[in-house]
Design a protein around this ligand. Structure first.
Ligand SMILES: [Ca+2]
Length: 276
């Protein structure tokens, strides 16, 4: 029997073939490398930089306790970079390195750095030049020049960190950002120093400045909600004494893991680690 194939039937036939091809493509397993990966240090890589080198955009790097004598460059990769057990036991010791962390290749605020101590760099603990980052629950201490330096168009989100005994604890130049619930103590020069920030885009407050050589340069980056009091750490740690002015005085819209108003300092905020 002769079947006349009309133009309409021909088009429908082509559509059926095409759709079946599409279904087949959907059934194919997605290549593993397209999925975000979780990379563990030291299990997968012994060094932090090797893990960063192996990571792809959007991956997570989880770092076990230890002291890592490294200076890190993220090479523009936006990853979630965190410790498993918190900053007291996970230390980036930048002895002999110019910077603990160096960002200059267009990283943005989806680069998250959580739960590290960064210390002893020759210059800056973390240096961002025309690059951005988010940092939670980190301790930045004993770096010779700046603890945190943001310059030349950087956008930093810094929450619930401690900066202690750096040359200048925090420096912001020709940049903007968000600085909340953070403690700045014992700086050899400034608690926070700024020049040519973009004030309309700046979100800062609920920070503590104490025992710095000078808390602020002029004009001071100082909000009414900042406190100029001793944070009352316990026995040389960054844990808070029960009488600390940091308890429940952080940003009211930030909630702690115990569901109270946020504390100022490294044990406050939603990304804090449980105290051992
Ligand atoms: Ca609280």
């Amino acid at each position: 029997m002769f079947i006349k194939i009309t133009n309409t039937a021909l088009i429908m036939l082509i559509l059926v073939v095409l759709s079946s091809c599409t279904i087949n493509e959907c059934d194919c397993p997605v290549a593993v490398e397209d999925q975000p990966q979780v990379i563990y240090v030291p299990e997968d890589y012994e060094t932090l930089q090797a893990a960063i080198n192996a990571a792809e955009e959007g991956d997570t790097i989880r770092v076990g306790p230890g002291t890592y004598n490294e200076g890190l460059n993220f090479f523009g990769k936006n990853v979630w970079f965190e410790s498993t057990d918190g900053p007291e036991v996970t230390i980036i010791d930048a002895t002999g390195w110019t910077y603990g962390i160096y960002l200059s290749l267009g990283e943005d605020t989806t680069l998250v750095i959580r739960g590290f101590t960064i210390e002893k760099a020759i210059y800056n603990g973390i240096n961002a030049s025309d690059a951005s980052f988010s940092m939670y629950n980190c301790i930045i201490r004993n770096n010779a020049e700046y603890g945190i330096a943001c310059n030349l168009g950087s956008h930093a989100i810094i929450e619930n960190c401690v900066t202690d005994n750096n040359g200048t604890n925090i420096g912001i130049a020709y940049s903007w950002g968000r600085l909340i619930n953070t403690i700045s103590v014992n700086a050899n020069r400034y608690g926070i120093w700024n020049i040519a920030i973009y004030p309309s885009a700046l979100n800062y407050g609920y920070n503590i400045y104490y025992n710095n050589e000078t808390n602020f340069n002029d004009p001071p980056l100082h909000a009414e909600t900042d406190l100029l009091q001793n944070p009352l750490f316990v026995n040389g740690t960054y844990r808070l004494d029960e009488d600390s002015p940091c308890i429940d005085t952080g940003h009211p819209q930030i909630i702690d893991i115990d569901e109270t108003r946020s504390d100022i300092g490294v044990y406050g905020g939603p990304y804090a680690y449980q105290m051992q």
